[in-house]
Design a protein around this ligand. Structure first.
Ligand code: GDP
Ligand code: MG
Length: 446
């Protein structure tokens, strides 16, 4: 994958004090190969590499960073820029309703994206969207939208398939004004390939309803084709943004990396699954760190915050700071973390987790967690609060092993993990922005 290829390139820079031209050249060659393999357009890849070369050669290595980390940082910044830098937000009309036109080829995911977006607006932003069925060609298009609308509790406007799309859009707008809807999402027809008739129809709709957003829906799985499609649409319509779908699939990621650079159009949302809640706002910086395998701390924090009780988290944070985190906390965190989701997936979000691969392997296993629980339950309260007692006494360790039906080496292993984890948590808690609040709840699977 792109991530593992890039990490391979950085690996070779480990342990270097100052970056020589040759070191950089070698790393850049690898990065370039990784980009091309991910289906990044070769012109874009070349420019990208050039910018990194300029910044990387001859750089003094900061004391706190290794050469590899420094290059990772540069690549991360450049990837973020390539994808547009800041998050591109959805437009909002000064006077509602905000009109959003969804366009794209057949099968790209327009209808699904319309429903996902409606759900997002409704659930996350407490808006009142109206979905509009303006695909009158595909036999089941209208009912597809109606089914989705029902599922998310959003009204669907339709005039059947005998009225032309331009007329449907206009009448929907009237309906929205009358009904107090603040967003109008127009689902349009697609073709298998770009053609005149399709473009003419879309241009007609654009002229008559003057949308605040024209979002092109493209399928990430089609790689560079998605970028070409975007270029074509951009010539014909005033695109304001892109929804890239199917990023959950086995995509090589090149399209997401380059479409903004090639077309000037920002990705505003990404589709990451078939279900109506599988839509996320697109953040270039988070995407960059995900690609680099440095973890996506922000996503992690959001998910953890959603699952971990706020008060508990604050207490925990204070404990970490005071270095008072105990085995009791460990146990309760271990139990909480299971609510968050599949462990492997969560671990992938934590930066630097790569180093702890062996520990991961041991704990993703549910039976291992049960064992840890049993060991901690077999300790006295004093021991749970002060693990040093156990560390220092082999008779305590023997007693605990017997009590929990485990071996002394299991007890030792747990104590070691706990110690490692405490160190890791301290490290995270110096990351700023209260990451420990979130990570405190997570680092415990070690
Ligand atoms: P349209 O022709 O552009 O309206 O495309 P549809 O919305 O009908 O979607 C085409 C197919 O792609 C459907 O089977 C969707 O379930 C699927 N699909 C859409 N978005 C995503 C996504 O983000 N991930 C995955 N895995 N499938 C998607
Ligand atoms: Mg459709």
């Amino acid at each position: 994958t792109l991530t593992s290829r890039l990490q391979g390139a950085f690996q070779k820079l480990r342990g270097k004090g100052r970056l020589s031209e040759d070191d950089v050249k070698e790393a850049l060659r690898e990065i370039r190969r990784a980009l091309l393999e991910a289906d990044v357009n070769h012109v874009v890849a070349k420019e990208f590499i050039e910018r990194i070369r300029e910044r990387a050669v001859g750089q003094e290595i900061l004391q706190s960073l290794s050469a590899a980390q420094q290059v990772v940082k540069i690549v991360n910044d450049e990837l973020t820029d390539l994808m547009g830098g800041a998050q591109a937000k959805l437009a909002r009309a000064a006077k509602p309703p905000t009109v959003i036109l969804l366009v794209g080829l057949q099968g790209a995911g327009k209808t699904t994206a319309a429903a996902k977006l409606a759900r997002h607006l409704k659930a996350s932003e407490h808006r009142r969207p109206l979905l509009v069925a303006a695909d009158i060609y595909r036999p089941a298009a209208i009912s597809q939208l109606q089914v989705l609308g029902e599922q998310i509790g959003v009204q669907v406007f339709t005039l059947g398939d005998q009225v032309n799309p331009r007329e449907i859009a206009l009448r929907a707008l009237d309906e929205a004004r009358r009904g107090g809807f603040d967003y109008v999402l127009i689902d349009t027809a697609g073709r298998l390939h770009i053609d005149e008739t399709l473009m003419q129809e879309l241009q007609d709709i654009e002229k008559s309803v003057n949308p605040d957003e024209i979002l092109l829906v493209v399928d990430a799985m089609t790689g560079q084709d998605a970028v070409n499609v975007a270029s074509h649409f951009r010539e014909q319509l005033s695109l304001t943004g892109i929804i890239m779908t199917k990023l959950d699939g086995d995509t090589r990621g090149g399209a997401a990396l380059t479409v903004r650079h090639v077309t000037g159009c920002p990705i505003k949302f990404v589709g990451i699954g078939e279900k109506v809640d599988a839509l996320e706002p697109f953040y270039p910086d988070r995407m960059a760190s995900r690609i680099l395998g440095m973890g996506d701390v922000m996503t992690l924090i959001e998910r953890a915050q959603a699952a971990i009780d706020e008060k508990d988290a604050l207490e925990l944070e204070a404990k970490i700071r005071r270095n008072e985190f105990t085995l009791e906390d460990f146990l309760s965190q271990l139990q909480q973390v299971r609510k968050l989701g599949p462990l492997d997936q969560l671990l992938g979000l934590i930066p630097g987790m790569g180093k702890f691969k062996q520990l991961q392997g041991a704990t993703v296993d549910e039976s291992q967690i049960k064992k840890i629980e049993a060991i901690i339950y077999s300790m006295s309260i004093a021991e749970r609060r002060n693990p040093d007692l156990v560390m220092k006494s082999s008779s305590r360790r023997q007693r605990i092993a017997r009590g929990s039906g485990t071996e002394v080496r299991d007890v030792n292993q747990l104590l070691r993990k706990f110690d490692d984890m405490r160190k890791l948590m301290k490290q995270f808690s110096s990351l700023g922005k209260n990451p420990s609040r979130a990570l405190g709840g997570l680092a415990n699977q070690l």
